[in-house]
Design a protein around this ligand. Structure first.
Ligand SMILES: N[C@@H](CCC(=O)N[C@@H](CS)C(=O)NCC(=O)O)C(=O)O
Length: 136
């Protein structure tokens, strides 16, 4: 019991430190024209990221979100019994973060795995990588 609590405190501490280092070494946000940024804002409104503040995989994903200058809604799924945690489990299928929720009209996609999320966001929002924004 005490071992589990100490381990949790250690994990949270290391995660918090990583979040702090990530914050002070944040990548530069890409800049877009007003119209291009509006298209990004519109597209991002249908997405949200279920995450924990101090999870290293979430920190990695948030760095990409920051760099790509996406106004993505963050949902804290760490609180046991909390609304976002319950939604993630019931609708996404499992409690694992990060998870990107994509509401596309009638369908909702739950994208797990930080590497898959980063690749998806790059493909959707990095002007250097894809023309997806120009098509939307
Ligand atoms: N391979 C996954 C690992 C994700 C992962 O292990 N996340 C941990 C938090 S750091 C998690 O969700 N654990 C489940 C839990 O906390 O219940 C990724 O890259 O996204």
């Amino acid at each position: 019991m005490i071992k589990a609590v100490l381990l949790k405190i250690f994990r949270e501490g290391v995660g918090g430190l990583m979040a702090f280092v990530s914050y002070i070494t944040s990548p530069r946000k890409i800049k877009r024209t007003h119209d291009a940024q509006q298209a990004v804002d519109k597209k991002a409104a249908s997405m949200s990221l279920y995450q924990y503040f101090a999870c290293p995989f979430c920190i990695k994903t948030r760095r990409t979100v920051h760099r790509l200058n996406i106004p993505l809604a963050y949902r804290d799924a760490q609180i046991r019994g909390g609304e976002h945690r319950n939604t993630l489990e019931q609708q996404g299928g499992q409690i694992k973060v990060p998870c990107l929720r994509i509401d596309d009209g009638e369908t909702t996609t739950w994208l797990y795995e930080s590497s898959a999320i980063v690749a998806y966001l790059n493909q959707q929002f990095d002007p250097a990588m894809d023309t997806a924004l120009q098509q939307s």
